[in-house]
Design a protein around this ligand. Structure first.
Ligand SMILES: [Mg+2]
Length: 304
């Protein structure tokens, strides 16, 4: 890991991405904060993982860091597999002016208190009817439980005595159910989710970057469901939009780090990074001739 550097003498240190492309992405964000898009996953990134998903709450410093960053960055967004309203509630994201929450892998959008989303999926309804019998036939161990997200079904094994074995036991039967129902399978940290095809965090990130006419992108996530967003950062870079993929590191997920330009230490590390970026953006904007409010750089113009 490279040594941290300070943007100015009194600011918190900004970490240095390990890749040249990541360093270019961060530099591009600092040149023009008003066109920067900063998007973050929720669970494992802004919020520590909880055994019960309904008990997850954002890191105590997350809302304050996001509030600090919101007026400085062109676009600030949370992109999550959760229903958008759950992330808003558990993260107190309603306290962050201008923040956009893309829920259910981008199928839902929450902004300024208004939620828009797709019609109910008949494929999910069919899978919902069949799921209890599938779990029973597979011999799902005690502790296995289903989170009904409305537009997706998530089967969790975290509370089972042997969560990893339980997940492997259920992987085949749930993949079969998804195939029969016309759904796709999304693996995660001791969870297998069945959801409609056609939405992933990568598409959500690319669509948001296009709508907001973003000039540089940062995406931060912790889990396998974030890989499409990491790939989207690479695709956008190839299209001439610099950016960096940040991994919120954990002992549970090791496959994501190889795709990342920068590793931070879980939600506490993410909060530190957000605060460091906010300080750096504020320093840039305070410089004579520095980028003005986000509207000057096109961020507000593309809002919506
Ligand atoms: Mg996550």
């Amino acid at each position: 890991m490279s040594a941290p550097v300070s943007v100015t003498g009194s600011q918190p240190p900004l970490p240095v991405p390990r890749t040249a492309a990541g360093r270019d992405g961060l530099a591009a964000m600092l040149r023009d904060p008003g066109r920067a898009l900063i998007a973050l996953d929720f669970d494992g990134t802004l919020s520590p993982i909880a055994a019960d998903p309904a008990a997850a709450r954002a890191h105590p410093g997350a809302a304050a860091a996001l509030r600090r960053l919101a007026p400085l960055a062109g676009t600030l967004a949370v992109i999550t597999g959760r229903p958008a309203l759950a992330a808003v509630e558990y993260g107190r994201l309603d306290l962050v002016p201008g923040l956009i929450v893309l829920g259910q892998y981008g199928r839902e959008r929450w902004e300024a208190g208004t939620l828009t989303g797709p019609a109910a999926s008949p494929e999910v309804a069919a899978a919902r009817r069949e799921l209890p019998a599938v779990l029973a036939a597979a011999g799902a161990p005690e502790g296995t439980w289903t989170e009904d997200k409305g537009d997706a079904l998530a089967v969790h094994t975290r509370r089972a005595a042997r969560p990893g074995e339980a997940l492997e036991l259920l992987r085949g039967p749930l993949s079969g159910l998804a195939g029969r129902s016309g759904l796709v399978v999304e693996p995660g940290r001791f969870v297998i989710e069945l959801r409609p095809a056609g939405a992933d965090k990568g598409s959500a990130l690319k669509n948001l970057a296009r709508k907001r006419r973003s000039g540089a992108i940062l995406f931060c996530g912790d889990d396998l469901g974030d890989v499409p967003a990491f790939r989207a950062v690479a695709t956008l870079r190839a299209d001439g939009i610099p950016g960096l993929a940040v991994c919120s590191g954990s002992a549970e997920v090791t496959g994501l780090a190889e795709h990342a330009d920068l590793m931070v230490d879980g939600p506490a590390g993410v909060v530190d990074l957000l605060n460091a970026i906010a300080a750096a953006f504020a320093a840039v904007r305070a410089r004579p001739g520095g980028a003005g409010p986000s509207g000057d750089a096109g961020g507000q113009a593309a809002r919506g």
